[in-house]
Design a protein around this ligand. Structure first.
Ligand code: TYM
Length: 326
């Protein structure tokens, strides 16, 4: 049996370049390596922890499924499904709730940030990390490709696995995050914040047209001084643009900075916009094709859920039994 890899993504607004570089790209590389059993899902239950409109949510879910498939998640090689179609996740979350220290959930950075941003401090938002642990442990996953912002969530998932194993006997592996070091894409209008679906003004969306990409990159904030150098401390806004350039082109960040060293922001930004548009062109074509096939998308997700359920139900039964339920 191959090691299991699990990751999820929330349908809360359109996919941005941070989601692509922080998680999706890695997930696809892992799928292509053929060395792992990969399960990727749309975390629709997690998306309910933020303010939303039900009609927009359905559209977001469909559009995210199309985006993931258009980017290269291949349902023949990975199990691709929707979280709410596999009831075992929520069921496992309840079991894990009963062993998770509540104080730790109250101290989670993301919980506090979301409440500060004006999200309701619901029990669901507080419990977000436990459902996430359940998503991972339901498959006894060993690896979880996520962006750097998810480190704390991964840490608590590992701790929950440890608590369970200690109390009820070895059951779950402690899942390890697969992070790309330093890969935290920042908001285009404020390099102190991460690019986030909840701050749409600073987002570069994968569905943006080449014209919109050009406009957004042109007006992205930059730092004082016109020299192009890679220095995340002194020039954080430029470092963010260089990171995007490097990740989208596959070129070394320092080589790019060297090439544009004295050419000024305008020509650097012009080329960056072109690199992004070119890299996303096949995605745009695939998305257009798949968007016209809602029935096919639903079939793919349901068939993925069926495969996921086979594993999750077995692991849920094992956890229940170990906890003394008959
Ligand atoms: P979500 O939808 O908020 O983010 C999806 C993925 O995108 C990464 N990401 C970023 N990476 C780099 N720079 C950014 N600016 C940026 N913004 C987002 C996130 O780190 C994430 O990997 N909690 C998860 C969803 C989830 C999950 C799971 C993940 C639910 N259950 C189980 C793994 C395993 C999340 O943040 O989704």
């Amino acid at each position: 049996m191959k090691p299991v890899v699990v990751s999820g993504i929330k349908p809360s607004g359109k996919l941005h370049i941070g989601n692509l570089l922080g998680m999706t790209k890695q997930s696809i590389d892992i799928q292509s390596s053929g060395k792992y059993d990969c399960l990727y899902f749309i975390a629709d239950y997690h998306a309910l922890t933020q303010k939303y409109s039900p009609t927009e949510k359905s559209a977001d879910i469909f559009s995210l499924a199309v985006d993931m498939l258009s980017l290269g998640i291949d349902p023949e090689r990975s199990v691709f499904f929707m979280q709410s179609d596999v009831l075992e996740h929520a069921n496992m979350a309840w079991l894990l709730n009963c062993i998770t220290p509540a104080g730790q959930l109250q101290g989670m950075i993301e919980f506090r940030e979301k409440v500060q941003e004006g999200q309701p401090a619901s029990a669901g938002l507080l419990d977000y990390p436990v459902l996430m642990a359940a998503d991972i442990l339901s498959y006894k996953a060993e690896f979880v490709p996520v962006g750097e912002d998810q480190r704390q969530h991964l840490e608590i998932a590992r701790e929950i696995a440890r608590i369970f194993n200690k109390r009820f006997g070895k059951t779950f592996p402690e899942p390890k995050g697969i992070f790309v070091e330093g890969l935290r894409v920042k908001s285009l209008d404020n390099p102190a914040k991460k690019m986030s679906k909840s701050l749409p003004k600073g987002c570069l969306y994968l569905s943006d047209s080449p014209e919109v990409i050009k406009k957004k990159i042109r007006s992205a904030v930059t730092d004082s001084g016109s020299e192009i150098i890679y220095d995340p401390e002194k020039k954080p806004a430029l470092a963010n643009l260089l990171l995007i350039y490097s990740e989208m082109s596959g070129r070394n960040i320092k080589d790019i900075a060297e090439e544009y060293r004295s050419s000024g922001y305008a020509s650097f930004k012009e080329d960056l916009a072109r690199v992004i548009s070119d890299t996303l062109s096949s995605f745009r074509e695939k998305k257009e094709e798949l968007s016209s096939k809602p029935k096919r998308i639903r079939e793919i997700l349901l068939s993925g859920a069926e495969k996921a359920r086979l594993i999750a139900s077995k692991n849920l039964e094992e956890a229940k039994e170990k906890m003394g339920l008959i």
